[in-house]
Design a protein around this ligand. Structure first.
Ligand SMILES: Nc1ncnc2c1ncn2[C@@H]1O[C@H](COP(=O)(O)OP(=O)(O)OP(=O)(O)O)[C@@H](O)[C@H]1O
Length: 677
């Protein structure tokens, strides 16, 4: 297939490639790859579109049912299926879509998205009899429905809506799907191109066609695993990638809406500028490694951009900067700090406080904000709605923190927050950073010290130096705080993504019950999950509560075995638990399957995705984690931590693409009540 595509790239006339015109479909040709396999091309004299690949008969069948035309209203180039009418009923001709999809490209034209929309429709949902019957031509044309399909859309009923969604262009299908499930069509009105504009340049066309210039770029496209290299960006994803933001910007969206993809594309886009040096970062080393792999693929054909892009976990990046600026730091560990707090308490300090509270207060406030004296501790802006301690309680707590500071200084060790604190002052004093832009994924979990440092980077640098992606509903590590008060102001430059590509409709719907549909951050920026659609369907999640852990493991193991029997590979399955203490329960379930699969904590699964996920040990005394709640000083903090625990379950559930099981010992986590209500 690749060789044929290259031959075409070098010789568009296709001499020697046995090109055959598809008689019934103007503009379409087929090129022979092997005895049985054909590439379907569309040639208009200007562009050559590599549109599809498959078996000989399927290829002709596919082409005969397609036309390549710009949409009359939006101007976006579309591959429109022909509507067939049989008897009284509309039949949608999407049968050959089941064939192998076609990752193909062209040198002077465009690359077609694999024809794989067969997974779109929202089954198992009760729809009105004819959900689109009342929509006018204008309503439908505005969202990209091809004219030929207007009547078919209006007469679609519950039985035919599945075929309808899989036959329409993406933009039209998503708009109708949202409308059918309570959303507004107005939110999906497509951009209308100006007369004479290139129909392949329209944002909706760029979701399905990839323009490739020259053989090198084509080679890169065909060499890299297609799914990783060329995610075709939704217009709402592309816009923030290419926009000149003139200030720090943030893109948010539910799990699986492509925030990481946007961060990657933004970083690669910026690295395309000759004067740029880009740092792409996230919170953990495994996630950074995964970003780095994808960035490599995306810059295969652009070695200069690749050289201008560095991918690091954020603490690693800070550490390296620190080493450059000040030499090797001697890092304090969390257990060292806990031990020092204990030593302070053993010597009689900290009366009236628990060790858990003191550690939390140290971690989220004293250390995070770089507080070095009692006055600063008294006046620090308390995070969120956190209430102040009374003077006596504060005095008693500060005695412990002063002790800890003294001990750490005496040992010559610094905390991670100290590293950021010193780097922040260094940047403010004119320290020269080795990068011009920072793109941060998973930004909802930035700590105060990290956000402060980035704010300083933003102030010292150019206007669009900072770009963030994240989801407030997935904040799992820290208490919320105001970015704006730290100088990181994304107000007016925040955008929400609404199309979920990872998680089936059924799983997303269940997971969304854990969160409010609107979450507002400490700066008043609202992130709405309303109108979010999943682009494919799957089975309903299984939820089970059991008498004891043994019964739970047996049931989960049976469920996992069924997935294996359905053909899911063991490495596409994962078992998630709240914390290390429950790993054994996961291992027990896995052992009984006789296969080898991963068992990990919910925290470690952040940012990952799997075909099948079992979330186990969702017991009353496991989630929310009583240990984490016990250190909380006041009611407002309690709520914030409880939210973070709730977010953890949301994160865990949304790692699943197709299958999800949630289980625990009865009566089960209170969060399951919200899911089952
Ligand atoms: N425009 C797109 N077309 C097809 N697939 C996409 C698109 N955008 C993202 N995806 C796919 O959807 C999945 C989720 O994307 P991604 O990891 O970027 O989401 P996310 O919003 O960062 O999720 P999370 O918040 O859960 O980490 C990935 O498999 C990605 O390749």
């Amino acid at each position: 297939m690749k060789i044929t595509a290259f031959d075409l790239a070098q010789d568009e006339s296709g001499n020697g490639l046995s090109l055959h015109r598809v008689e019934a479909a103007p503009g379409f040709w087929t090129a022979r790859v092997s005895q049985d396999i054909r590439i379907v091309l569309h040639k208009d004299g200007q562009h050559t579109l590599l549109a599809w690949v498959g078996h000989h008969d399927d290829a002709y069948h596919w082409a005969e049912r397609r036309r390549l035309v710009p949409h009359e209203r939006t101007g976006a180039m579309q591959l429109v299926e022909i509507v067939e009418r049989t008897e009284e009923r509309l039949v949608y001709t999407n049968t050959v879509e089941e064939a192998a999809p076609a990752p193909v490209a062209v040198p002077t034209g465009a690359l077609a998205r694999p024809a794989s929309r067969g997974d779109l429709p929202p089954a198992g949902r009760s729809l009105p009899l004819r959900p689109f019957a009342q929509l006018s031509d204008d309503d439908l044309l505005n969202v990209g429905v091809p004219r030929d399909w207007l009547d078919a859309v209006r007469s679609a009923d519950e039985a035919s809506v599945d075929g309808l969604f899989s036959s329409l262009p993406d933009e039209a299908a998503e708009a109708l799907l949202d409308f059918a499930t309570g959303g507004r069509l107005q939110d999906h009105v497509a951009l209308q191109a100006s007369p004479g504009a290139d129909p392949f340049a329209h944002p909706d066309a760029q979701r399905r066609f990839r323009a490739v210039d020259g053989v090198e770029e084509l080679k890169a496209a065909l060499d890299a695993p297609f799914a990783q290299w060329a995610v075709f960006l939704h217009p709402a994803q592309r816009a923030p990638v290419t926009r000149d933001w003139r200030g720090p910007a943030r893109v948010s969206g539910s799990a699986g809406t492509g925030k990481t993809i946007v961060a990657l594309h933004r970083a690669v886009h910026l690295a395309g500028r000759t004067e740029a040096q880009v740092l792409l970062t996230t919170f953990s080393k495994p996630l950074a490694a995964s970003l780095a792999g994808k960035a490599e693929l995306m810059t295969e054909a652009a070695p200069d951009a690749r050289a201008r892009l560095t991918v690091r976990a954020i603490d690693q990046a800070a550490y390296e900067l620190y080493v450059r600026a000040f030499g090797q730091p001697n890092m304090a560990t969390a257990s060292q700090v806990r031990a020092t707090i204990k030593a302070a308490m053993d010597s009689g300090l900290g009366a009236g406080h628990s060790p858990a509270f003191l550690y939390e207060e140290w971690d989220e406030l004293v250390d995070a904000w770089g507080l070095h004296d009692a006055d600063a501790y008294a006046t620090v802006p308390r995070i969120g709605r956190r209430t102040r301690l009374g003077p006596k309680q504060r005095e008693s707590a500060w005695a412990v923190f002063a002790f800890v500071r003294e001990r750490l200084a005496a040992r010559g060790v610094v905390t991670t927050a100290d590293v950021y604190g010193r780097l922040t002052r260094w940047v403010e004093d004119g320290g020269r950073l080795p990068f011009t832009h920072v793109v941060v994924d998973e930004a909802q979990d930035l700590s105060v010290a990290q956000a402060r440092f980035l704010a300083a980077v933003g102030r010292a640098g150019i206007a669009d130096a900072l770009f963030f992606t994240g989801d407030l509903g997935q904040r799992i590590f820290h208490l919320p705080f105001s970015w704006a008060k730290l100088g990181l102001d994304v107000r007016g430059r925040a955008q929400v993504l609404k199309v979920c590509y990872r998680t089936s409709h059924q799983i997303r719907r269940i997971a969304d019950r854990l969160l409010a549909s609107e979450i507002t951050d400490q700066d008043g920026i609202e992130e709405s999950r309303r109108g979010t659609v999943s682009v494919f369907d799957g089975p309903d999640p299984a939820i089970g509560l059991f008498d004891d852990a043994v019964a739970e493991a047996a049931s989960v193991s049976t469920w996992l075995r069924s997935r294996l029997a359905e053909g899911v590979a063991a490495n596409e399955l994962v078992v998630l638990v709240r914390s290390e203490q429950q790993l054994d329960r996961g291992h027990a379930a896995v052992k009984a399957t006789g296969s080898d699969m991963r068992v990990m904590t919910m925290h470690d699964a952040k940012g990952l995705e799997f075909r099948t996920v079992a979330v186990m040990a969702l017991d009353e005394d496991v989630l929310p984690d009583p240990g984490r709640l016990s250190g909380i000083g006041d009611v407002a903090d309690l709520e914030a931590i409880q939210d973070a625990e709730r977010h953890l379950l949301y994160v865990a559930a949304t790692r699943a693409r197709d299958h999800l099981m949630l289980s625990g010992v009865a009566p089960g986590s209170e969060f399951l009540d919200d899911i089952m209500k």
